[in-house]
Structure formats: C-alpha cells, structure tokens
Design a protein around this ligand. Sequence first.
Ligand SMILES: Cc1cc2nc3c(=O)[nH]c(=O)nc-3n(C[C@H](O)[C@H](O)[C@H](O)COP(=O)(O)OP(=O)(O)OC[C@H]3O[C@@H](n4cnc5c(N)ncnc54)[C@H](O)[C@@H]3O)c2cc1C
Length: 241
Amino acid sequence: MTLVHRNNRILSQMTDEEGGQFATRKLARKTGIDIRLKCTVSEIVADGGQLAAVGLSDNSMMETRLLIVAIGVSPNSEPLRGHDKGVPVDRQMLAGAGIYTAGDVAVTPHAVTGATGIYATYPNAMQQARTAARHLLHGHCQYAGSVNTNVLKKHIDFPIVSAGSFTGEAVTWQQGDIWRRVYLEDDMINGYIIIGDTRISGYIYQLYLSRKKVGSTIKKILSAPRHDAYYRHMLGCDQEP
Ligand SMILES: Cc1cc2nc3c(=O)[nH]c(=O)nc-3n(C[C@H](O)[C@H](O)[C@H](O)COP(=O)(O)OP(=O)(O)OC[C@H]3O[C@@H](n4cnc5c(N)ncnc54)[C@H](O)[C@@H]3O)c2cc1C
C-alpha cells in the first residue's frame, strides 16, 4: 500500500512538523505502508476503461487497480450563502430569525481564541445542536465556542491527540514511542500534541480550556512516569518519598 501526501508529514492538520514526522515514522514502521511525502498524484492512466496506473509528482509511475482520494471536506453552503465557506451563526446558533444552524456547516467562534471558523468534529457538532435545542426549548442558552481537538485512537494502533495552536514556547518530553509537547504563552497552554500514551490528554485539555497558569509544573506533568500523576498533583500528594 502506498500513501501519497503533499505535506512533509502525515496528519499535518493535527500536528506540528516534529510531532507529525514522529507519527509518520511510527506509522510507516508499524504498518509497512510506503509513505511518499511532498508528493501528489499528477496523472491517472486508464487501460480499457479500468484504472491501470497512477503517475506521481516525483516522476514515478505506479501500477494499481485502486486509488482512494481523500482530500478533506467543505460544507455545501452554496445554496444558502452563494459560497462553500459555511454559515455564520451567533452564540445561540441562529443564522437568522428562526434559522438554527449546527455542525460542519456552522461558522462558530473558537472557545479559547475566539477565531471564527468551521470546527468540523463530532463533539463540536453535538454541542452546537444541544445549544440550538436548549435555546429553542427554553429561550436561553449560549454556545461556549468550539475547540479544534483531534483524536486518533481507533483508526491506527497508536493514539494521537492534539488541540489548540502550535505557537509559543514548546515544551517537549519523549520516551521511546511516547512523544508529548505543549506550546506555552504567558504560562498558559496554547496547544498540545500527545502521541503514544495519551492518558494525560484529558487533564491537559482541561488546563488548556480553563486558561490555568501551568508554569514549570507542565514539565513534571508531561514527564510523569505514572499516568495518575496529574490526579496526585491535584490532590497535592505528588511528592515521591
Ligand atoms: C471520514 C470522516 C472521519 C471523521 N472522523 C471523525 C472523528 O474521528 N472524530 C470526530 O469528532 N469527527 C470526525 N469526523 C467529523 C464528524 O463526522 C462531523 O463533524 C459530524 O458528523 C458533523 O455532524 P453534522 O450533523 O454537521 O453532519 P453529518 O453527520 O454529516 O450529518 C448530516 C446529515 O444530513 C444528511 N443530508 C445531507 N443532505 C441532505 C438533504 N438534502 N436532505 C436531507 N438530509 C440530508 C446526510 O445524509 C447526513 O445524515 C469525520 C468525518 C469524516 C467525513
């Protein structure tokens, strides 16, 4: 099997360069997939009406009977707005009087940065739908904003979790197949990528969303050999004897 990707790493939407390259190497090693980076499909060759080969931008040609193209999704908002950039909504998920909008088509603010965009994941869609339903039923409910989290757990046999933006001071911890990085700004988490053992991701997510100052504690949390270290830290009993 060959995976062709135009970026310099797979999962480029949910990783920074180093984290993505770590994940790429790990996936290639574990699955044996031939991963071609910085490469795109430039030619499709048919023989008797059947797919026969695919030409790549690195000038190589590959014989194949099956080609799967997966290049992302965009909302079909053209009939509603005249373009495919989605439908802006307010905090009640209203796009206009009596028109509630939720899910992949909705343009919403980010819960931390406030940046508006389409945050096309299932938890955001669910929360937006809940907000719309509550507002419809009770006349009040405010959407707290979307979060650009990405979770890969079932798809491949090593988990990757990430959220936020990858800017600021990078604090990294790696041991064997585990790679963890947070980005800090003003001592608060701007974003994070956790690969391998993701059991701390719930705690990191809460620290990120709550805008807690983490300071140097974050190094301890990232490198904790025990996966319950964050509970121990919260309870104040993280001093090893
Ligand atoms: C391949 C893939 C993998 C994904 N993996 C994840 C993941 O791991 N985690 C995650 O959080 N999110 C994931 N997502 C994103 C997630 O599925 C979406 O964010 C979420 O389903 C959006 O919900 P929605 O209600 O807006 O749209 P949808 O779930 O797509 O629901 C829209 C529904 O409307 C129906 N419909 C369309 N047109 C019409 C019409 N004209 N009349 C009537 N009905 C119509 C469709 O049939 C569909 O049932 C993935 C998406 C894809 C495509």
